[in-house]
Structures are given as structure tokens and as C-alpha cells.
Design a binder for this molecule. Sequence first.
Ligand code: FES
Length: 578
Amino acid sequence: MMAKEKRGMRRGLTAYGDEDFSLFLRTAFIKAMGYSDDALDRPIVGITNTFSGFNACHRNVPELIEAVKRGVMLAGGLPVEFPTITLHESFAHPTSMFLRNLMSMDTEEMIRAQPVDSTVLIGGCDKTVPALLMGAASADVPAIMLVTGPMITGDHKGERLGACTDCRRFWARFRAGEIDQPEMKEIEAKLAPSAGTCMVMGTASTMACVTEAMGMMLPGGACIPAVMAERLRNAEATGARAVAIAKEKLTPSRIMTADAFENGLRMLLAIGGSTNAIVHMAAMAGRLGIELDLEGFDRMGRDTPVLVDLKPTGQHYMEDLDKAGGVTTILRELMPQLKLKALTITGKTLGQNIKAAPAGWKQEVVRPFNNPIFKGGSIAVLRGNLAPDGAIVKQAAASPKLMQHEGRAVVFDSLPDMAARIDSPDLDVTPNDILVLRNAGPIGAPGMPEAGYIPIPKKLAQKGLKDMLRMSDARMSGTAFGAIVLHITPESAVGGPLALVQNGDRIRLDVKNRKLELLVSDEELAVRRKKWKAPKPRKGDERGYRKLFMDTVQQADKGCDFEFLTAPLTKRTPSAKR
Ligand code: FES
């Protein structure tokens, strides 16, 4: 009765000890959905439904699903949507990062559990794209990414507004007393004016561009705004291609290779992208047994210019980048530095895709390679006795004069401590000091919140101070701007040197030489280490997903993935010495 090939309805049968019976039962139940035998004999394309009433970035998912289904059926497949966890940045307590691995596990197991010959992964908001790709990579069933697309910009008194760079900018002005409450209420209604993801080069836009450069998305798919008709045509084409990759057995492991990650890292640097992408890419790579080499990434950064003039580092927004030709325009400039032979979801190489794209035109969003916005090292990797396993700083989004700086530490022991004291008139702080936040890492917070964008203390903000050196074991939103050192590893909660910093200690940041040093003697640090006590477990740490997280989450340099989800490491990327 059963064909030998395990495709379509025959994949991953429920275990009853009799496969023919399992298939009979499955077919009987799916027929209750009204499908014919002809439909059920087609390649089955799963579609992840990541819609939620809490996720405005995914507001257009239902119509994207309709368009994907159309594409699947036009290509002779049977589309079947299924739900997975969805994550929106502002609706994920304690942080969306805390839940990213849960979403990846959900995606992996549902792809494996259900009879899908390929899957269209619909994501958009920051953590959803890496979570879907991590899950799909581990399941290793053919998969193709479709993003919801960026929002279009808002407008306030003749000024273009974008989430969330301008959310932070206006909040800082509100804190400094430059804007009153009624005006903030007006702005609140204009910052996120449509469906879609944040329209600056935050994490969502970064991950979309990186995914396209890595070849897991159709060319041109990253930048089309969520509300455009072209977004639906892109979804339809994605559905059609999903049928083809099912037949071609084009699995994620064939596309997400070390070379593809190198292309993704190039893109991250050239767009001046979000620092969060490093964590996500390390996690994605780890699922495929590839180690993301931070030193190699730093070397790569030194010769990769920032070409894209987009907020928060530049002027434009994602809809402008789309009009300028999107990711292809960037790839064309980067061609001499790319691994052009890397296979992509089209079944062709990255180089072939670039050549097949329409010719470029005069535009002002993507600079030519030899006339960049920022010459190189947009994201620098730091080491030193304060960060033995690394820390990062996004130079391209910081005040240049603070990139070489020595100052006095003003320490906040936790997020609640910072919230309680940062605006106190009694806080002993000057513009030359360094704000240090700890216990805000993967385990310390938990979930490594985007708290690295430590606010300028009110008493300094009111005097007009716009930037000062800040550092922590936390992350930062890709939409933020400032002289901010992030991802200090190991984090404070596991006894990293950050735990030993005291008020008044001197710290030296030397980005030119990639150094982050706590200027305290080894002897003194040894004395402090003896006295250090790990933070006490919190209520809730002892059970459920949180216990799994606390027990198995890795540090930022390993992508904050759970140890047991990674594959044995066999490769490193970027591979070559530069
Ligand atoms: Fe979803 Fe910014 S909140 S992309």
C-alpha cells in the first residue's frame, strides 16, 4: 500500500507501530479538511503562521499567507499553514531574546513532526527571523524565508519619523524637558504608522538583509515595505519557489554554509547593521556546526565599508533602500569581497543572482564602494581583562571622540538599581565618567535585554549632554545610537570580571587597538574575586522553560543558544586570514 518515498503525507508518521495504519488514519483526518486525493498527492508546503494580535510587525501575515498559498498552488503544490510562536519586541516578557530559542525549538519540532516537503518561514520582527532559521537549519527540511517587510515612515510637523530610532530620540528630548506630554502623545501615534517591521536599520531590517545575502530568501525580498503590492507578489513567488525546493531537496544546510555566513557578515558590516545580528548569526551558525569567529569578523570589518545611508547611522529609511534597488544594489558594490559561488535558494549562486538582477541606477542611499559613509570597522570586537571572551562596540553609531577614552566607573548593579538611581540629582557622575551596568546578560537579567542603551543621567541630559561612554553585558537595539560597549563576555552573573568593577575604578576603552581594560591590579581583582558571590536564584528560576534557559543558555559569543541545540563544530567562519 505504501510507496517507498517518504514525501508529502508519508513523512514523519505518527508512531502506532504500523505505518500503513498511521497513513490511513492521517489521511482520514486530513480529509476532514476537505482535501481531495489529488491535492494530498502534491508536494506539501508548510507555511509558518506567525500572526498574533500582539505583533503589529506581523499584521500582514494573513494576507502574505494567502499570497504564498496562491504561489504554491500555481506551482502544483498543496499549501498548509501551521502556527508557531510569534515574538514582538514589546510584548515578550522578560525579553524577546529569552524566548527566541523557544520559538526556534517550536519551529524545528513542528517542521519535523508534520508532513511538510518544504516550509515557507514567515517572520519579520527581530527575533523571529533568526528563530525560524535556527529551527529550520536544525530540522534541515527545505525551507525559504519570507519577511513581512518594513513599515513605511510616519510624519510629525514636517519631519519624517521611524521606529524606533526616533522613539529613542524623542524620548531623550522628553526626558530633557524639550517636549511636553501632549506632544509625546501625538508622536506616539505616528512612530509606527503601518504594518511591518521597524523601518530603520534595526535588527529586523538587518536580519532581513543578512538573510537575503545568505541566500535563504528570494533576491529582492528583504526591503519591500509591508504595505506594498510588490510584497504580495514576492510572497506569491516565494510560495512557487517553495514547491521547487521541495522537489530539488534544497535543504538549509546546503545554503547556510560557512561561505553564506561570510556573505551575511559582509552584509551586516556594509549596512552598518544591528549588533544583535552577531548574536543571532552565531546561534544560526552553531546549529550547522559552524563557529562564528569574532576575531575573523573584526578583521573582515576593517576592510568592509559602511555603504548604506540609513538611520540610525545615516539619513534614509528602508522604503528608500527598496527604491534604490534593495539588497542587490549593496551586493553589487560588495562583489569583489563576496563568496559569489555560494548556493542560494534560487538554485543558482549568489553571483548568478546578482548578474540576473536589473542594472543599477543613480540613487543616494547606497554609496559606491570607494565613497563609503564609514571606511571600515563599523562594529569592532574588543578584548581585555574586562572582556576576556569579547565585547563589541558599534563605532559607526558612536561619538568618535569617545572611542579612545579613559574614565571613572559609575556602577549600576542591576536594571532595578539603574532605574532607581540614574535620574537621582545625588548621582555622582560627570560627562567624562563611564556608566557600567551589570547583571543584564543572558543569565543575569535573564534574557540579555536591550538595556545597553543606558540613558544619559537626567542631570547631565538637562545640561545638553547627548553621548557618554556606557558599557554592560546587555544588548542594544539596532535602532539606538551612542558610545556603547555591549555583550561583555563572560557576563557578570557567571563571575565575569564585570562583576568585580567598583565605583571609582578606572576603565580604558581603546577601540583603535580593540582593547577594553579595567585598570585595577591583578592582585586586587583576585581579592575581590574571593569575596564575590553569585546572584541568588530568583523566584521562577527553578521551573519550566526558565529553568531550561538558566541551565543551558550559552554566553553571547556563542549566540545565547542552548548548548544542547547546537551541532558539533566542524568549521569556522570567516575562514580565511585577511
Ligand atoms: Fe518588530 Fe521593531 S518591534 S521590528
